[in-house]
Unconditional design. Structure first.
Length: 125
């Protein structure tokens, strides 16, 4: 859904599109396939799962190249991956980082899975 005004763009930043309190190791995804999480605020010191399920970005608007001259291809991106971000390759980096309480990070994520801690994930569509 396209944003039509400054009000529409800003509304998500203040939680008008909803939020999810996460305090378990369950995989959390938006209910609507067109939605994503655009901000995560950490309530306690928090760590994501250290596998490809921890923090995942949307497929629909992400592309990668296997070479500098190769064609762009859509892939599921995991911020916990060691192999160019492609889902299923496993690895770290965010899985090894403890995000401190009070910190808010911004991005575009379609899935969140915690190892420990608590956070609030804000929805955007």
């Amino acid at each position: 859904m396209a944003k039509n005004s400054l009000h529409d763009l800003a509304s998500g930043a203040f939680g008008q599109n909803g939020s999810v309190f996460i305090n378990s190791q369950n995989t959390v995804k938006p209910n609507d396939i067109d939605q994503y999480f655009h901000a995560i605020t950490f309530v306690t010191n928090t760590q994501f799962q250290a596998n490809a399920d921890g923090l995942v970005s949307n497929v629909s608007e992400r592309a990668t190249r296997t070479t500098t001259t190769g064609a762009l291809t859509d892939v599921s991106m995991s911020f916990n991956s060691t192999n160019g971000g492609e889902l299923g390759t496993g690895g770290s980096p965010t899985g090894t980082i403890v995000f401190p309480a009070g910190l808010t990070i911004y991005g575009r994520w379609s899935q969140i899975k915690l190892q420990s801690g608590q956070c609030v994930a804000y929805l955007e569509s």
